[in-house]
Design a binder for this molecule. Structure first.
Ligand SMILES: *Cc1c(COP(=O)(O)O)cnc(C)c1O
Ligand code: SF4
Length: 459
């Protein structure tokens, strides 16, 4: 008997016990957390979960937003925002859910405030090499709203509105209404434009995979989801489609209570499965605070319906640029059945310099993530190479000058023979190099030297 007990007893510990803080990713915010915001103090759960209520109460104007938070935020913050909004080339859209998740006692450092609400005091001048469509999406577009850059996959921008407007958005050339600073290209939901896209996709047998984005799939009417999904799946060369949406991160209520919308997504998924074609849903969570009990319930609905959900994150300074913060996000995504797919190094975007990090930061964090959880739940860190090179693994640079912050990439499968440059934020460089970036001649010299090094001395 004692022998048997010995066999069954716990073997000696080879690893030290895990500290309880390791499990923070499982502590999802639950309860009626929104009631701490005076505006929502009397709102019950049923109302808060109703997507119509969330949509109706979404704040579209800077002054309304500031009105809602003026008694919650520290002195000076409102003025800071007012000036921030004057500078920002983006529209405003903040749902009650999002507003309730921000720590208004310390809004400057809040990871959600940083993403959606500009402040003057954190403003940094744009990088000198910035252009408005920094990814060259328009240059690779055979039709308005269709970017065919890679051989077998294309990006279809179906609509130009979003459930939220992100300060770091690459597509500020197209999404949102015109603001004082920026005039936009029109990518409205338009069936004639879509029909041309379907014809083009059918005419290119090499196209197998379509990303449906925008704007945001959350803002597609159910009949549009049906139409776009059915038309694409019925094109013989198409094998995979995915709907991309930030919506689940800022208004998970829609997936829970907009039954017509959710049914449209799950019916298209079923249709795809019946044709042995993959239909997936791609979300965009950037910080673990965006994932609450409500999000977990929304994700269960996708899981139940058999819809594969993956996540794309943007690496953002002050939001997810440490091993701990990224680690918690990655583990929390896995916990709610979302597969962390990509982490993007922040694109060069107007007004977003304070949120960018260096390529070295991305390299360091990826090194730390790799091995920390299942390989299929470990995101790949990429730079979307400015000028249309497409996504490149951060480590795959031909040359990286950490002093000038210039990295050089090539993309043999996309644009053979070309070099693509990414630029670290100038404020992160040593003072001598910050100074060099202010002189046009010096800039040209630094860039030419990096390109030359990459040609003669690739790593
Ligand atoms: C990201 C992207 C895709 C899809 O690429 P994956 O690596 O398969 O996610 C397709 N087209 C464009 C233009 C893109 O930016
Ligand atoms: S939801 Fe997506 S497309 Fe819309 S503003 Fe944010 S990042 Fe841009």
């Amino acid at each position: 008997m004692t022998d048997l007990l010995n066999v069954l007893s716990i073997p000696p510990a080879l690893k030290p016990p895990v500290e309880s803080s390791h499990f923070a990713y499982k502590d999802l915010l639950g309860g009626e957390f929104w009631r701490r915001i005076p505006e929502y103090a009397n709102v019950d759960e049923k109302t808060f979960l109703n997507y119509r209520w969330q949509t109706k109460k979404t704040i579209h104007k800077a002054d309304r937003l500031l009105d809602a938070i003026k008694d919650l935020s520290p002195p000076g913050f409102i003025e800071d925002c007012e000036k921030g909004f004057q500078r920002a080339p983006m529209s405003v859209r903040v749902s009650p859910y999002l507003l309730s998740l921000i720590d208004w006692a310390n809004p400057l450092d809040d990871p959600l405030r940083i993403q959606f609400i500009p402040v003057d005091s954190r403003f940094l001048p744009d990088h000198p090499q910035l252009g408005l469509d920094s990814l060259g999406e328009q240059a690779d577009a055979p039709l308005p709203g269709l970017t065919h850059r890679y051989p077998d996959k294309a990006l279809f921008l179906v609509i130009d509105t979003c459930p939220v407007y992100c300060r770091f958005c690459t597509r500020s050339y197209a999404v949102g209404v015109d603001t004082d600073g920026v005039e936009k290209v029109s990518l409205k939901a338009n069936k004639r434009r879509w029909a041309q896209v379907f014809d083009y996709v059918a005419s290119r047998p090499e196209l197998e995979d379509i990303v449906i984005s925008g704007g945001d799939s959350y803002n597609l009417r159910p009949d549009w989801i049906q139409e776009i999904g059915t038309r694409l799946l019925n094109i013989p060369n198409i094998r995979r489609i995915r709907f991309a949406s930030k919506g689940l991160a800022v208004m998970p209520q829609k997936a829970l209570t907009d039954d017509a919308w959710f049914s449209a997504v799950s019916e298209i998924s079923d249709l795809g499965r019946s044709m042995y074609k993959e239909v997936a849903f791609h979300t965009h969570f950037n910080h673990s605070n965006e994932i609450t009990e409500i999000s977990a319930r929304a994700l269960r609905r996708f899981f139940d319906a058999g819809v594969k959900v993956r996540n794309q994150t943007v690496l953002l300074r002050g939001v997810n640029d440490t091993n701990d913060k990224m680690g918690t996000l990655v583990k929390r995504l896995g916990h709610i059945n979302v597969q962390p797919y990509y982490v993007y190094v922040h694109d060069l975007v107007q007004g977003g310099e304070d949120m960018r990090t260096t390529v070295q930061t991305a390299v360091n964090i990826e090194k730390h993530m790799r091995g920390s959880t299942a390989g299929f739940n470990t995101p790949t860190f990429v730079v979307d190479a400015p000028g249309g090179g497409g996504k490149r693994g951060v480590h795959s640079y031909e040359y990286y000058d950490r002093k000038s912050g210039i990295s050089v990439y090539t993309a043999p499968a996309v644009k053979q023979g070309q070099q693509f440059l990414y630029f670290d934020p100038v404020d992160q460089l040593e003072p001598e190099y910050q100074e060099r970036w202010t002189h046009e001649g010096e800039r040209t010299r630094m860039i030419e030297s990096a390109l030359e090094q990459a040609r003669t001395n690739p790593k």
